[in-house]
Design a protein around this ligand. Structure first.
Ligand code: ZN
Length: 113
């Protein structure tokens, strides 16, 4: 039985503003998507270990990393999204929060006895 390991959660896809696909050159058809990875113990997310974000063309279905993008507008739109939208959800720290609470309880409890 696996009691710990890594898991991932999908970042909700969003349409990128303007730009064109580096492969098929179709304009204004680029989407951003990705996922976050986290470490879990007993399926409780313990801490985040990273994220992967990439652009997808809805015309040719090509997936591109940031460094593969050629359109200036697309890159800035991509960076904006990455900075503002791709936040780490609080529940990725659930395990850490529980662990810290336990430590606090263990430390504080003797004072009440
Ligand atoms: Zn394309």
């Amino acid at each position: 039985m696996i009691i710990f390991g890594t898991s991932s959660s999908t970042i909700h896809p969003a349409k990128l503003d303007g730009g064109y696909c580096p492969y098929c050159k179709t304009e204004n058809q680029m989407w951003i998507q990705g996922y976050r990875k986290y470490f879990h113990v007993f399926w409780i997310p313990l801490f985040p270990i990273g994220k992967k974000v990439y652009a997808v063309c809805s015309h040719c279905k090509g997936a591109f990393e940031k460094h593969e993008l050629t359109s200036e507008k697309l890159i800035s739109s991509f960076e904006n999204f990455e900075k503002n939208e791709v936040r780490i959800p609080w529940y990725h720290f659930t395990g850490t929060i529980i662990f810290l609470l336990l430590i606090v309880l263990i430390t504080v409890l003797p004072f009440f006895n």
